[in-house]
Design a protein around this ligand. Sequence first.
Ligand code: NAD
Ligand code: WQD
Length: 373
Amino acid sequence: MSKSVAKIKNIKLINIRQILKYKHMKKTKILVTGGTGYIGSHTVVELQNKGFEVVIVDNLSNSHIEVLDGITEITGIRPTFEQFDLCDSEKTKNFFTKHNDIDAIIHFAAFKAVGESVEKPLMYYRNNLDSLINILENIQLSGIKGLVFSSSCTVYGQPDELPVTEIAPIQKAMSPYGNTKQIAEEIITDFINVNPNSKAIALRYFNPIGAHKSAKIGELPIGVPNNLVPFITQTAIGLREQLSVFGNDYNTVDGTCIRDYINVVDLAKAHVVAVERIIENKTKFNFEVFNLGTGNGSSVFEIINSFEKATNQKLNYKVVARRAGDIEKVFADTRFANEELGWKAEISLDETLLSAWNWEKYYRAKKSLLNKE
Ligand code: NAD
Ligand code: WQD
């Protein structure tokens, strides 16, 4: 046998051995709490698309089991799903005993309605903080590499300087919901201080909007939406009569409030990058914080115009009084996330609003079909 033939045979053998090795190699396993929720479901899709094994825990308090069908249709993989309340410490412990091979956690599960949190503060403190503490206790017990935590730009209040950076001072929370995010970041800081083998990343989202481009998953608010974009799509489809624009006398380009609206798929991709950063030991600090936004501020009128242009729908709206507690303008300085995570929001506002509209149409058509059956 000539030397070159032997070399080729050798290479082939190595390749086959490698394939066999990878076939038997365990996939990296991520626990996604709140994984049937809005941001969680989009993140599960991106994780599965990148080859991660996902297990979801959700008590379905603000989501539906059918979301799993949407995820399966998009990715071809049905994630493992366990339904229970993460505030139940016994059930949470049993879960981690059963799934003793989890590498990292993305913790979305929380209540998120600002107004409701003012009405029912204890319900918010109990749900959002008990669940986090249970998760952290099990990280400590089971040597899991770390946690990605859903935080919010709400911690900045009305910042003195815009765009707002991660080192801007945290302002007194405007609601119990906002306070749970501030306290949660403090709890994580204290936990990581004494458990330096685990790493944590808090992602402070600005305003997540839109849906997966397939329209198989999206945002599904229960009852009357509080947030702008679901209210717009529900008005356009005829479920709500009119959108109320809360104030046009702010000190902004057109008098309406400014926010940093970020596409939910872009946001989901940032979670994949963050979890990889933890797993691959690339974190520079034991607890890191990143802003997730586009870096651009848009006014309410700009959102309405973009929606009308992208979808060819005329929106019925009127200007009403300001909404109590609204911040005038806030948008992210995204340089730290762009440079350090190597992540950048890419999807345009028009495309994002079109995706929200396509999801609304798809969901309502599916629902009316089911109701007829
Ligand atoms: P969502 O309500 O759609 O998803 C949260 C999921 O968690 C739901 O499916 C709910 O059933 C589940 N859940 C809640 N409490 C639970 C518990 N105790 N045990 C098990 N499951 C539980 O919300 P979302 O918009 O996807 O938000 C995800 C996270 O991001 C939340 O922590 C939220 O506070 C945060 N966040 C959201 C926004 C936003 O505008 N959507 C902005 C900033 C931060
Ligand atoms: C956006 C803009 C409204 C509805 C909330 C939470 C925050 C964070 C993101 C989780 C504002 C205006 C809205 C309507 C309107 N969530 N608006 N008519 O207020 O930036 O933030 O979601 O962490 O904590 O507070 O988002 O979508 O409610 O409002 O004119 O019917 O749209 O006044 O200027 P917001 P939003």
